[in-house]
Design a binder for this molecule. Structure first.
Ligand SMILES: Cc1cc2nc3c(=O)[nH]c(=O)nc-3n(C[C@H](O)[C@H](O)[C@H](O)COP(=O)(O)OP(=O)(O)OC[C@H]3O[C@@H](n4cnc5c(N)ncnc54)[C@H](O)[C@@H]3O)c2cc1C
Length: 408
């Protein structure tokens, strides 16, 4: 349980676990650990705008959306977060259609019916997810929310202490770094990493489409223009994630959403009809990079989410990997031997081992696909189009791919 220490250091909060971060993964980790019976302090940056305030300020559609898989759905449902989502703003994905490039583009398609499931994935807005998590956190008695900037992390045999810039401290048996790609916690542990920029940025915006999308997510591997995904939103709306080479991303950012819609017509017109910007001023972009830390744990520290791995979004899996981290961390901590504490290095090593294969597979797959489909070279174009067509015709392999993508 959480206890403000009554000794001389009145401003030291003690809890079993201190989570650093303020994104969906940090909040989900806090809820899941609290549900498992741990006392949690969730340390977030000073006074961030809450999801509710952000929604009131902008009731439009959030350009930041995620395709969440069954692992995420299961975890969020078990935490009663899924039911707290605004369901009218969540779109199930019934089919995925992948298109190759060039004169003879290959293609790959799969659907929920063929995969014997109700939905392949669900598309939801970051804000919708944030609001549902914030609402659930209000009822989580074992979670104390603290806002401040961490300045130091000290670890010893007794535990770990996070010091804040106002002098306050948080003492815990375990610190969870859920603080994103530039993780401060990871930096404090001197965990090395492999870093590579993809030389691309993801340009995102939302559009109305003239034809019904029928719940299909479309993706085009275009070669020179990068990778374009149009994900279904409720109604006749779609959300764009355009992983564009930096120079093209600069051009796109200098254009209006209507000009971007006109560019997309080459790809989308046939299936989705004309696209009309939902919020003409709402175009955002995100740098794309691969980050592979050399460890997911350190003495008294576990990393989850983007703090532990950053992958190319072409497969829509970064957040899903994070949810799988959370599920595994809870499982590992709950199954530890009674004599071992939650900050025990052996317990944390088990968590790391259990996640290693899944994370590495996703890093390598997304990286390989980004390189293969990013190259504008004719022989590679032929190979990748052939590969897409072949995969489409191999039911066993295709089923395994779908199953993995769904997080089953
Ligand atoms: C364009 C794009 C599309 C994507 N689409 C998908 C998708 O469809 N499906 C999917 O699964 N994934 C997707 N992803 C990946 C997904 O966005 C990330 O994997 C996910 O947001 C990571 O969540 P996180 O909570 O770990 O990190 P973040 O969302 O980065 O959150 C980290 C949080 O930590 C806070 N923080 C940072 N430093 C500190 C500190 N010192 N103290 C306290 N708090 C701190 C930050 O304020 C931030 O709120 C996409 C990514 C991009 C770029």
């Amino acid at each position: 349980m959480n206890n403000p220490s009554s000794s001389a250091a009145l401003r030291v909060t003690e809890s079993d676990i201190c989570i650093v971060g303020d994104g969906a993964i940090a909040k989900t980790t806090a809820l899941a650990l609290a549900q498992a019976g741990f006392g949690v302090t969730l340390l977030s940056p000073a006074s961030p705008p809450s999801a509710a305030v952000a929604a009131a300020a902008d009731p439009g559609w959030d350009a930041r959306v995620y395709a969440l898989n069954h692992t995420a759905h299961h975890l969020l449902s078990s935490l009663k977060v899924w039911d707290a989502l605004d369901a009218a703003r969540v779109a199930p994905v019934d089919a995925m259609i992948v298109n190759g490039d060039g004169a003879r583009p290959g293609g790959l398609a799969f659907d929920a019916y063929g995969a014997h499931t109700g939905a392949l994935a669900w598309i939801l807005e970051d804000r919708n997810l944030g609001q549902a998590l914030d609402a659930a956190l209000k009822f989580a008695h074992n979670v104390k929310r603290v806002h401040g900037r961490a300045t130091a992390l000290l670890r010893d045999d007794d535990g770990a202490t996070v010091t804040l810039d106002d002098g306050a401290g948080i003492k815990a048996q375990l610190v969870v770094g859920a603080d994103g790609a530039q993780s401060w916690v990871r930096g404090q542990c001197d965990i090395g990493l492999d870093y590579r920029s993809y030389g691309q940025r993801a340009v995102v915006s939302n559009f109305d489409c003239a034809k019904p999308h029928h719940g299909a997510a479309h993706q085009w591997f275009t070669g020179a223009e990068g990778i374009i995904a149009l994900l279904p939103l409720p109604g006749n709306k779609v959300s764009l994630v355009w992983s564009a080479p930096d120079a093209l991303a600069d051009t796109l950012r200098a254009e209006s959403a209507a000009q971007i819609a006109a560019r997309l017509a080459v790809y989308a017109d046939e299936k989705l009809g004309a696209l009309t910007p939902l919020q003409p001023e709402l175009v955002r972009d995100f740098p794309l990079r691969l980050i592979r830390p050399h460890a997911m744990s350190a003495p008294r520290v576990a990393l989850v989410g983007d703090a532990a791995h950053v992958v190319h979004p072409l497969a829509g899996h970064g957040m899903n990997l994070g949810f799988a981290d959370v599920a595994q961390l809870i499982k590992t901590l709950s199954e530890r031997e009674p004599q071992r504490g939650i900050g025990d290095s052996r317990v944390l090593a088990r968590y790391e081992r259990a996640r290693k294969e899944d994370v590495l597979l996703m890093l390598l797959t997304t990286d390989g696909l980004a390189r293969l489909f990013g190259a504008d070279i004719e022989p590679l174009r032929v190979v990748r189009n052939f590969g897409l067509n072949l995969l489409d015709k191999l039911p066993v392999l295709k089923r395994r791919l779908i199953s993995h993508a769904m997080g089953k």
